[in-house]
Design a protein around this ligand. Structure first.
Ligand SMILES: [Zn+2]
Length: 429
């Protein structure tokens, strides 16, 4: 079984690489660490609470910056490049520091790279929502320059740190969360290139946009949001929706294929792991696990049960309607469309999240989609959760066929939770 943990730049910068690695090895008993190469727009921890063992910050808000000093030359000839953080611009290489200490303790490092989500300067081919507004921090997967950028980024990171595996995250369309919760962000990409490509594939874009428009006004019209998802749950997708979802899935799989090819050709077949939404959600964001399986060497899914799947389900419901009287219906319609069978009320969900069964159920679906040759690693929520739910989540994930666990995450978890991870890692083999 693989046991790995994810770390953010501020964990290492604020605590020091020595202490982080010591805790990961001594307390958590782990030998694999995945450091974040580029941050996203995110409150740490999310969505609430404080960083329990950070000596300098109670809360950190990140802004989607490249956090390692990769020179601009890596992106020569492209019309855009990632925005590099001030620390990295000044030469601070937190992953290099972590790598040095990790190597001395026999810890394997797997860079955690964000694919399409980041802050960019220049003419970035960003996604466009149905209402015409751009999503400035998400690249359009259909554009060749996006794919070229990602391949260059992956190569630069892999070569700089001489690692033999990577975890590729955010290879998908945007969800509703970000700097703020925005339900309309589910409706991308309608840039000129995508509209043209969809039309060419026989999608009637006018009819499609008419069908999606109730979601485009979701935060003004909760009843339309409920009606849309209720119809989806009862009748399944219309032909136009089905074609749109398939178009998105093909675009995402094509980008994964480009990365795979680059790894095979120029990085001698490095191990390629994807970081995917749980299957009940992934289809909505362009992640078709059956198609992605053959392209990668395995994947982590993140059924963080307390949060509600991996993103902020409660945040979505509240963004669609601020009125508690309507929230129950919004929650019910959306979770029914996702096929989540737990019969929870929104109030119950807000208190305790989804049941631990969700971790097992999603792992089982992912294992089934991937087949026996590629491992599925379960992302285990170790923050904002009762400690006893950590081994319980691992237990159901293992029973469902998980090939290991990615504990999420070092900086958000209490030291007590890190100790629990240590007990799990030594007993679940
Ligand atoms: Zn597009």
């Amino acid at each position: 079984m693989l046991h790995a943990i994810q770390v953010h730049p501020h964990d290492v910068r604020d605590e020091g690489a020595e202490l982080v690695v010591e805790r990961i090895v001594e307390r958590a008993g782990l030998r694999v660490v995945a450091p974040e190469v580029m941050t996203i727009e995110e409150r740490h921890p999310y969505p609430r609470g404080e960083l329990p063992h950070n000596p300098r910050h109670r809360v950190v808000v990140t802004e989607a910056r490249l956090e390692v000093p990769i020179g601009a030359a890596a992106f020569d000839g492209l019309p855009f490049r990632p925005v590099v953080s001030q620390r990295a611009l000044a030469g601070d290489d937190y992953i290099g520091e972590l790598a040095r200490v990790a190597a001395s303790r026999g810890v394997r490092m797997v860079p955690w790279i964000k694919a399409l989500n980041g802050a960019f300067s220049g003419q970035a081919p960003v996604q466009q929502m149905l209402n015409g507004e751009p999503v400035p921090t998400w690249l359009c997967p259909s554009r060749p320059e996006t794919r070229e950028y990602l391949v260059r980024l992956v190569e630069a990171v892999m070569e700089r740190y001489e690692v033999d595996a990577l975890l590729l995250d955010r290879l998908r369309y945007p969800d509703w969360s970000g700097a703020r919760v925005c339900p309309q962000r589910l409706l991308t990409c309608f840039c000129d290139a995508c509209v043209q490509a969809m039309s060419k594939e026989g999608i009637d874009v006018r009819r499609l946009t008419a069908q999606l428009s109730p979601l485009s006004h979701a935060d003004h019209d909760p009843a339309a949001f409920v009606a849309f998802w209720r119809a989806y749950a009862e009748q399944g997708p219309t032909e136009d929706l089905r074609a749109w979802l398939a178009f998105r899935a093909r675009a995402i799989t094509a980008v994964a294929r480009d990365v795979r090819a680059a790894l095979d050709v120029r990085l001698s077949g490095a191990t390629f792991w994807l970081n995917l939404w749980p299957p009940s959600f992934g289809w909505l964001l362009g992640q078709d696990m059956r198609a992605l399986g053959p392209v990668c060497d395995g994947a982590k899914i993140f059924p963080y049960h307390r949060l509600g799947g991996g993103a902020d389900l409660a945040g979505l419901v509240k963004a669609v309607s601020p009125r508690p009287s309507e929230q129950e219906e919004v929650f019910r319609a959306f979770t029914q469309a996702l096929g989540l069978p737990y019969g929870l009320s929104f109030d119950e969900f807000q208190v305790a999240g989804l049941p631990i069964d969700f971790v097992g159920d999603e792992t089982r679906k992912a294992v089934e989609a991937f087949g026996p040759r590629r491992p599925v690693f379960a992302g285990i929520q170790i923050w904002d959760t009762p400690l006893e739910e950590i081994p319980a989540s691992c237990g159901v994930a293992k029973a469902a066929g998980a090939g290991g666990f990615f504990y999420y995450c070092y900086g958000w978890a209490s030291l007590e939770a890190i100790d629990v991870v240590g007990r799990v890692a030594s007993s679940v083999r």
